[in-house]
Design a binder for this molecule. Structure first.
Ligand code: ZN
Length: 198
């Protein structure tokens, strides 16, 4: 027998699948939603469905975007010969906020992590290498300074070096284990300025 209502139980079960939401938080959210204006709940539901259905991967840099090609890749004023490699779209936003970077990006959607079964084929590495057929001057590796981020950086640098394209790594102004998206803009800009050639 359902303790509350079958609808509430189902809502709690669905909310619990989200990362960081345990059963208690799901219950709190579910009861909160029941008391919200119907229109607000409908807006949340619609935003979730529309985001899931309409967000795409940019065909060039693989960031998440509404278009086939994201606004950065489509911008002629950006330096398309400099590619910054990052782990996810949130990191791209962090670098864009600095306003100091005028190149383009490549979003890997993860980092190499053998213990989790994530190898080079599970992230967008092949796609990065195929972009090097175009005229590229520099690849800046800006993966996180976690073990996975460093492993990925070393792997990419070994892969790219034989092509003759310059490979750099952002400086260690980014704290060890630090996630890019939480680092302030000044530190990020400095890390970019002080990048070293690999
Ligand atoms: Zn793009």
């Amino acid at each position: 027998m359902d303790l509350y209502s079958s609808y509430i139980n189902r809502l709690i079960a669905e909310l619990s699948v989200l990362p960081g939401i345990g059963n208690k938080t799901a219950q709190r959210l579910a009861f909160h939603m029941i008391n919200m204006p119907k229109e607000s709940v409908e807006n949340i539901a619609r935003a979730m469905v529309e985001a899931r259905n309409n967000v795409k991967y940019c065909k060039c840099c693989y960031t998440l975007t509404d278009n086939e090609i994201c606004p950065i890749c489509a911008n002629e004023a950006r330096d398309h010969k400099t590619i910054m490699v990052i782990e996810n779209t949130r990191d791209l936003n962090a670098y864009e906020k600095t306003g100091k970077y005028n190149g383009v990006y490549h979003v890997l959607h993860g980092a190499i992590n053998p213990s989790m079964g994530i190898g080079p084929n599970e992230i967008r590495l092949k796609e990065l290498i195929s972009r090097l057929h175009d005229d590229v001057n520099e690849v800046i590796i800006a993966t996180n300074s976690s073990i996975e981020g460093e492993t990925t950086a070393m792997y990419i640098s070994k892969l790219i070096k034989p092509t003759g394209v310059k490979v750099t790594r952002i400086a260690s102004g980014v704290p060890v284990g630090g996630e890019l998206e939480y680092i302030d803009e000044v530190t990020l800009s400095r890390a970019l300025d002080a990048r070293v050639e690999l």
